[in-house]
Write a protein that binds this ligand. Sequence first.
Ligand code: ZN
Length: 189
Amino acid sequence: MGNPLRDRCSAAELASNGQVIEIAEDIGSFNQLAEIVEADLAALDSDIIPVSWRARTVTGELQFGFADSEARFPAVTGRAAVEVDSVCQRCLEPFRLGLSIEPRLLLLNEQEATDLFEDFEVWELDERTLRPQDIVEELLIMALPFSAKHDNMADCKALSTTSDVSSKMRRPFAALASQMKQIEEDPDS
Ligand SMILES: [Zn+2]
């Protein structure tokens, strides 16, 4: 049996089957995304690169159908999420970066462009068939932040007050913070 996430199929066929695809795939099977994660982690000393980064699982679901009642416009909706290993650009430590997507796409080729469906984005197909995994992969790549950072300041070594490194850095930051606070409170000064 094939894997519906990886098999190539036409958008019309997926839509008329009302295909539902459960996603539970390791990052390692998303080649381009894995390449990006690997390049990002290469900035770390090899002994702190998370060993199992390829095994982080992308989970979610895709549902194919038609956006219109006349079955003219194939569409896919769903969601997917993964925590990829990344490097915080602030403290240069590894951390888990959460990515999530909620696709709502019309699957059209170039000539079929339409603005009939405001709540869908157009996904332009350059071939007659598509691989559902490619859509998930491309959207996850687009969801990558320009500069990955710890979301929670408390987890970030560059800003935490507990580590030795940051206790040395703390005073200049604190001074800057109090200056900025003054400016905020008294913009004319
Ligand atoms: Zn950090």
